[in-house]
Design a protein around this ligand. Structure first.
Ligand SMILES: *[C@@H]1O[C@H](CO)[C@@H](O)[C@H](O)[C@H]1NC(C)=O
Ligand SMILES: *[C@@H]1O[C@H](CO)[C@@H](O)[C@H](O)[C@H]1NC(C)=O
Length: 386
């Protein structure tokens, strides 16, 4: 009966999505462990740059106001005006906001019992040296998914003593794996590499993501959410970079997005889902959830007004031009234009979303329909009492 009540309390809690009370007696997951890039970084890149020469090159991406203005009222390293998908996930599961791995390192591993975030803005799936062999230069960071896996193993060895203790810890954790891989394409595409060449990298990227997911599962992870890529053809930075006049079928008349770029994103996402199905068959005891960010966001691009947005494909913060982005002005520069009300925009800075759009994406993972199975379906089975 006690267990039933706890289950019931948790279901009720999850129905009260995003309510600010954190008093769910039973937690579906004891911890969130996250890998990824700027869609998920909660402070790693800014802490890394405090100790490296990346700092001298440029202001750290997402490291100054107006980043953070809406919720935290200061820059935290999150690439948005406010919270990210991972923050809404943590809130809805009754867990604290997930701390970045870098920067908390010296405070002691106890801090990571309820969550740890390895995501770094600018991170790629493929490693630095392989990308350079392909002629791709990453100006932001040399951190790849492989680096994040190494940090993860380091953290595990300080958090649990035996492999069975580590397995128990991972079993009760929700693993948010991505989005990752987007930057492997962003740098070459925005840098002018032909789409055919970038497309030929997709199997490499997917293979790499699959290998690392496999390792994380073999270490004991049982519940993973793996989001796919965003619709690149709807991002203002891409719309500005690949602006075109009078070409048939270049733009989708329903959204204003660029068709060939969205087809590329869908190609990656299909390949990712094939790989996730393969991994699911290999590990039947695990639950691997594909997070369909592409179609969750597509709802907003198709009917922005219906969801309270003034515009879906114009950036809130950036430069001039029809999409309010231009290469000479970055959000965070003193000369950047910033909209008055970010909650009426889907895009925050031309690449990253506003808090309002991230909330929508999180909601689509938790209660569907853009994640299968939905997290709140899982929680009726998996209740870990604390
Ligand atoms: C990344 O760069 C830092 C210095 O900026 C260096 O200490 C580190 O070893 C590099 N990591 C990799 C994986 O190349
Ligand atoms: C980079 O990745 C490739 C392919 O997975 C691998 O062969 C190589 O050893 C890696 N290099 C480093 C420095 O990690």
């Amino acid at each position: 009966m006690a267990a039933l009540n706890a289950t019931f309390a948790c279901i009720v809690f999850l129905l009260l999505l995003f309510s600010s009370t954190n008093n769910c007696e039973a937690k579906c997951f004891k911890s969130i462990i996250s890998f990824g890039d700027s869609l998920t970084d909660t402070g790693n890149l800014i802490h890394l740059s405090e100790n490296s020469n990346y700092k001298q090159q440029q202001i750290v991406q997402c490291g100054s106001l107006p980043y953070g203005e809406t919720f935290f009222h200061r820059p935290t390293g999150r690439c948005s005006d406010g919270r990210l998908v991972i923050d809404f996930l943590a809130e809805s599961l009754g867990l604290p906001l997930v701390p970045p791995y870098i920067g908390r390192k010296n405070v002691g591993s106890r801090n990571f019992r309820e969550g740890v975030n390895f995501a770094v803005a600018g991170a790629t799936a493929l490693n630095h040296s392989l990308l350079e062999e392909l002629g791709i230069y990453n100006p932001q960071t040399n951190v790849s998914l492989g680096t994040q896996l190494r940090w993860f193993k380091e953290m595990l060895s300080s958090l649990c003593q035996s492999s069975s203790e580590c397995k128990d810890f991972l079993k009760s954790s929700l693993i948010l794996f991505g989005e990752i891989g987007g930057n492997d394409y962003n740098f070459p595409l925005l840098g002018g590499m032909p789409i055919q060449m970038v497309q030929s990298m997709v199997p490499l990227v997917i293979n790499n993501i699959g290998q690392i997911i496999n390792e994380v599962i073999e270490l004991g992870a049982e519940t993973l959410i793996v989001p796919g890529n965003l619709p690149l053809g709807c991002l203002p930075a891409y719309l500005d970079r690949f602006m075109s006049t009078n070409k048939n079928d270049y733009y989708d008349p329903n959204t204003g997005c660029i068709n060939w770029l969205n087809e590329f994103s869908e190609y990656h996402n299909v390949m990712l889902q094939v790989e996730l199905n393969r991994l699911q068959q290999l590990h039947p005891h695990a639950t691997i959830i594909y997070g369909d960010y592409y179609n969750a966001l597509m709802q907003l691009y198709l009917s922005p007004q219906k969801y309270g947005f003034k515009s879906a494909i114009v950036a809130c913060c950036g430069g001039k031009g029809p999409y309010q982005v231009d290469i000479s002005t970055q959000c965070g520069d003193s000369s950047a234009n910033v909209c008055d009300d970010p909650s009426t925009f889907v895009s925050w800075d031309g690449i990253h979303s506003t808090e309002t759009a991230y909330k929508w994406m999180a909601q689509s993972l938790i209660s569907g329909p853009f994640a299968i199975p939905h997290i709140n379906e899982l929680c009726t089975f998996k209740v870990y009492t604390t």
